[in-house]
Design a protein around this ligand. Structure first.
Ligand SMILES: NC(=O)c1ccc[n+]([C@@H]2O[C@H](COP(=O)([O-])OP(=O)(O)OC[C@H]3O[C@@H](n4cnc5c(N)ncnc54)[C@H](O)[C@@H]3O)[C@@H](O)[C@H]2O)c1
Length: 272
């Protein structure tokens, strides 16, 4: 059981996820893919969700080819019916979910086109939905679909990927900043409500991580230089950087950690 007291001297045993079922949303590429691979490498059976079915199935097939256990599951985390169907399918095929990683996110901007972002006061409220629906409502929907079972069974892990934008704010990502901060606030309330039932809930807040979504922006030399100047450790994140912390938080090693938000950001924002 995840929430057991541990006194082991060796960390590696405490990172063993054999026999556990994990669901990772938006895991068809980028950070979610790295999380799915790492959880599987630690022994978990992983439901790989993406709303692009071919991405989910591709990552699941790669995990299976590497001797892991995985299932691709197409669902849109912002659609209540789609999320419930996903939870039902995963439970039927793999068993009840022990670990949920809310990773699916939407920064909104068309970064491949480097489109100028309108100022918040010039933005159209009709355009806010994708930020709020995926980054906030999607987290609530996916969590609701599995956390009741965790509470019943007396153990579970919920980990939500937010952004440093949700901690310190980003001028070009105002609504996204709010949606991510909202998700973190939700996780703090959730943590307190599920703690008596042996379930933990934490957030990981990312700085810029090299994923297919931001790669086109980084091809621009001037933008890359500007971004790198903001990162004291002198490089951008790789998907394995947050995946390592998320895997730790999902493991028995983290059984006394809940209600927290941990930055993984190369020193971009430094705080107490
Ligand atoms: N990459 C970064 O620099 C960065 C920085 C801060 C925070 N984040 C956060 O980290 C998480 C992962 O980011 P990434 O860069 O790997 O993203 P990405 O865009 O590269 O990959 C996200 C995946 O999620 C899927 N997805 C999008 N909306 C979905 C939905 N409604 N339902 C199911 N799947 C959906 C996409 O198809 C895609 O495969 C996101 O929550 C993002 O907001 C990323």
């Amino acid at each position: 059981m995840h929430t057991q007291t541990h006194t082991d001297d060796s960390l590696s045993g405490l990172l063993d996820l054999t026999g556990q079922v994990a669901l990772v949303t938006g895991a068809g590429q980028g950070v979610g893919e790295a999380v799915a691979r790492m959880l599987a490498a630690q022994g978990a059976t992983v439901a790989v969700n993406d709303y692009r079915a071919e991405r989910a199935d591709g990552v699941a097939a790669d995990i299976e080819a590497a001797s892991g256990r995985a299932l691709g599951v197409q669902a849109d985390v912002s659609d209540p019916e789609s999320v419930q169907a996903m939870a039902d399918l995963v439970t039927r095929e793999l068993g009840p979910v022990d670990i949920l990683v809310n990773n699916a996110g939407n920064a909104g901007a068309d970064q491949s086109a480097l489109a100028p972002v309108p100022k918040f006061w010039e933005s159209d409220p009709a355009d806010w939905a994708p930020w709020i629906d995926v980054n906030f409502t999607g987290v609530l929907l996916a969590t609701r679909s599995v956390v009741g079972g965790m509470v019943e069974r007396g153990h579970g892990r919920v980990i939500t990927v937010i952004s440093d934008a949700g901690r310190v704010g980003e001028a070009d990502l105002v609504v996204y900043s709010g949606a991510k901060a909202g998700a973190a606030g939700f996780m703090r309330g959730l943590a307190k409500s599920v703690a008596p039932h042996g379930v933990t809930a934490n957030c990981v807040a990312l700085g810029a991580v090299r994923t297919p979504t931001i790669e086109p922006m980084l091809q621009n030399e001037a933008i890359l230089k500007k971004v790198l100047r903001a990162y004291p450790l002198g490089r951008l994140g790789e998907p394995a950087d947050p995946a390592a912390l998320i895997t730790f938080l999902a493991s028995p090693a983290a059984s006394w950690i809940t209600g927290q938000t941990y930055p993984v950001n190369g020193g971009y924002s430094v705080s107490a």
